[in-house]
Design a protein around this ligand. Sequence first.
Ligand code: PEP
Ligand code: MN
Length: 370
Amino acid sequence: MIIVMKADVQPDSPEVQQVVRMAERYPDVRAEVRKIQGATRSLTEVYLLGSTTSIPIEPFQEFPTVEKAIRIRERYRSIGRHEGQSEEVGFEYRGIQFSQDTFHVFPGLCAVDSRENVESMFRLLKERGVRTTRAGAYKPRTSPYDFQGHGEECLPFVFELAGKYDIAVIAMEITRESHVEEIHRQLERAGNPTGVMLQIGTRNAQNFELLKIVGSQTDYPVLFKRGMGITLDESLNACEYIASGGNNKIIVCLRGMKTNFGDPHRNFVDFAHVPVLRRLTRLPVCIDPSHSVGKKVVAPDGLLDIHHATAQGVIAGANMVLVDFHPKPEEALCDGPQALLFDEFDLFMKDVELVRKSYLERVALVEAAK
Ligand code: PEP
Ligand code: MN
């Protein structure tokens, strides 16, 4: 059950404490207070966890400071969009808002290779006024003989350069608990010049222990990538592991499915699921056209398949785009064939902007027709 407090009721207020006390009078029930950051206002919600089926809803609804009580019947208790929950939720991190109403592009290196390449990437972003990027230090690779990422060793220069070029958030994959500790240590050493969004890669989508680890900390938001060979329901249950641990700063990312039906792309592009995720959850939705398409091929109209796939996700309401760029893709140590070039940056961003604008116009059209 979720008790939604009226606007302006703060999580640490006596009114919320009253609701918590009433909830915890029932046997085997635990109450968890969550602050839900919307695009325009914040809300306090009290989640009743445990054996809640026999708890009556009315006593909670009688509190004058309670807006409504919702009985959760569906799955995805924490991340789900339950009946009557139309309020967009999201979070703020390093001064940037993330919700189903916002839109951000994270262009960057798939993997950190040299300081020089990181610097030229960040310099380009700074010149174009982009403050969000991707940069992998830990790379889970199909072959053990492939480049595994520079690990902690590269973090000092990545963070130093992020500070120098005003990068606010770096999406960075982690594959074990010590990676979170390493990132934390090196960010502190560098004086916290930037923020990190912990990426759970598709290969770890059902690594439940790792999900519990990123879910039990709230220093860093989590970018959860859909599992490449499991159902959407399984991916959302995995995501629920993060939220049920107490971390609600989650973005869910579509990155294509592994199936031969996807040929000749690297994965079967699944961006038609953007509206599905927005309906089933209240999480911001990301798309990763680079890992979905996986190669730079041009359609007869002159646009790259990566552009087309991006447009398909953005026109459907995606809130974030994770996309690979590299100054010299032929020298990249990971995923060079799908990286866009620096002189393709402006075209990509303009195309994205155009499509996002069209999406907003489509929504306005529907609103006007109501
Ligand atoms: C990545 O983003 O670098 C990556 C490895 O993605 P995925 O987990 O989707 O394959
Ligand atoms: Mn990659």
